[in-house]
Write a protein that binds this ligand. Structure first.
Ligand code: EPZ
Length: 475
């Protein structure tokens, strides 16, 4: 299993480029099921979740071909050698250890922001559809697989998709997805851990979500595109990733208006074509590096990011005392050396444009370094404080009470062995490790690989001492 070995404390200094957004690329890939023509996506992040979606699409008859040369040190999508899960790690013998290990620290000289080159993915139906069935084996590894439900049903009149089940951060039901599809006339049944949906052709209708759901809104957009008539969706998720999907679908010939707002109108069309689309930058990945600058007392320029999408975070960082500068060159976050005046500020997560739940854990790590007491309320997911006990191993003082956590600071974090439990919790622990005195070993980094492209390379490019250690299970 891969681990990160981090030696701190190190101020993060330099420039880093935002990758494409995982949570925009995933629905964009699912959109390729709506047409037989090629869909070309630029700036697709090379992360595990995208590879999982490619495998699911391949199973459903849509092939994916990467156009750009693979970036040095990063696996590409079609790398057959890439193990499906962490147990199948690679290893090479190294002189100093009896056990076979591989470290990326050596490639520090090659680590620069450009090292993580953009991927272009061409998605094209490779064989006639053999049914619209997404098996448990593929869906269980990634909840976002549910995004094939809407397009398969809309395109083929039938879709059978394994229920995603819960995950580390919450129960995460899909009732709103199913209620929405039923409102468009689908016959929806649950059987044997699967949801089966049928509709000779979906029919436009008015549907109001009980609560804003990101993938729920995306699934309904994907389905309503090919429905007969007009669909009006209310209380939609307003995340930038939803608006990005609508941009792609409109480029494919759909007629969607209002995406990014809470009411979206979709005039159904009879068919969709191909398109070329550039995925938006990842505001969560980018936000993670800006928080990295703040927690380490550094100075980071985030390139190719969208400041408007990051506004909830930038406003909060400014409140905390981080200097934020937005210019054509990018978004700069810095803490003046020796300033030491990070102020503790409360935050409550909320659907966009509220403070993103996907930055809550990273923000908590920052609050351990701020002067005073802050309260962090997690209103989106019911179980998203699993990083607290790991941060406590590094000396953090955090008290959890239900969906609120009280953080007392400032605390001098010290390096320790910690365990990642989910994607964003692992990013929080990595940032804490870069800020902490001594060595931190973050285990189960496969969580991080789900959504961060070449994180150790990007951190090395900012001066961090971080190495990925791949340990073969063989010895
Ligand atoms: C998306 O998940 C993101 N994933 C998540 O990012 C993100 O945390 C989340 O939105 C919130 O911003 C992708 O886009 C692939 P929701 P999603 O449906 O769509 C409840 C990451 O780290 N709900 O907006 O699954 C649900 O339980 C991941 O990249 C229902 O009750 O989230 C939650 O409490 C983690 N019924 C709330 O709504 C439903 O049918 C918001 O969930 C759907 C959701």
């Amino acid at each position: 299993m891969d681990r990160f070995h981090i030696l701190g404390p190190t101020p993060l200094v330099g420039r880093v480029r935002a990758s494409g957004a995982k949570n925009a690329a995933l629905p964009a890939l699912a959109a390729s099921l709506l047409t037989d023509e090629p869909v070309t996506l630029h700036r697709v992040p090379r992360v595990r979740d995208l590879r999982t979606m490619c495998r699911l699409l391949d199973y459903l008859g849509v092939g994916s071909e990467e156009r750009e040369a693979p970036a040095p040190g990063l696996p590409d999508f079609a790398d057959p050698e890439l193990p499906a899960d962490p147990e199948g790690s690679q290893s090479t013998q190294s002189p100093e250890s009896s056990r076979s290990t591989k470290s990326t620290e050596g490639s520090k000289s090659g680590a620069s922001p450009e090292a993580v080159a953009e991927a272009v993915l061409v998605l094209r139906r490779s064989r006639p559809s053999s049914g619209a069935d997404a098996p448990y084996e593929l869906v269980k590894t990634m909840r976002a697989s549910v995004l094939v439900l809407g397009p398969l049903l809309a395109r083929y009149g039938f879709a059978r998709v394994s229920l995603p089940g819960g995950c580390a951060i919450g129960v995460r039901p899909i009732d709103q997805h199913l209620k929405g599809l039923a409102a468009l006339g689908a016959d929806v049944r649950l059987a044997g851990g699967y949801v089966e949906t049928r509709a000779s052709r979906l029919t436009g209708a008015r549907f109001r979500f009980d609560l804003p759901t990101v993938t729920g809104t995306e699934n309904l957009l994907l389905a309503a595109c090919l429905a007969r008539g007009t669909t009006v969706l209310e209380n939609c998720a307003r995340e930038p990733e939803v608006a990005d999907l609508a941009r792609l679908l409109n480029a494919m010939g759909a007629r969607i208006s209002g995406a990014g707002g809470d009411t979206v109108v979709v005039d159904g069309v009879d068919g969709l074509g191909g398109a070329v689309h550039r995925v938006i930058p990842d505001r969560i990945e980018g936000g993670t590096y800006l928080i990295g600058a703040a927690i380490t007392g550094g100075d980071v320029l985030l390139e190719q990011a969208n400041a408007a999408d990051l506004a909830p975070l930038l406003d909060k960082l400014a409140e905390v005392g981080v200097e934020i500068e937005v210019s054509p060159a990018g978004i700069r976050a810095r803490v003046r050396a020796g300033d030491g005046s990070l102020r503790a500020r409360d935050v409550a997560t909320a659907p966009h444009p509220g403070f993103p739940t996907d930055l809550q854990a990273q923000y908590m790590a920052l609050m351990t370094r701020a002067a005073g007491t802050s309260t962090i309320r997690e209103t989106v997911f019911e179980n998203r404080f699993q990083h607290v006990s790991e941060l406590a191993r590094m000396g953090a003082r955090v008290h959890v009470d239900g969906r609120s956590a009280r953080v007392d600071g400032p605390t001098e974090l010290t390096g320790a062995a910690v365990m990642a439990t989910d994607l964003r919790a692992s990013a929080c622990l990595v940032l804490a490790g870069v800020a902490a005195a001594g060595t931190t070993v973050v285990d189960r980094i496969y969580h991080l690989d789900r959504g961060y492209e070449g994180m150790e390379l990007k951190l090395q490019g900012l001066g961090a001492h971080v190495a990925r250690v791949t340990e073969s299970m063989a010895t």
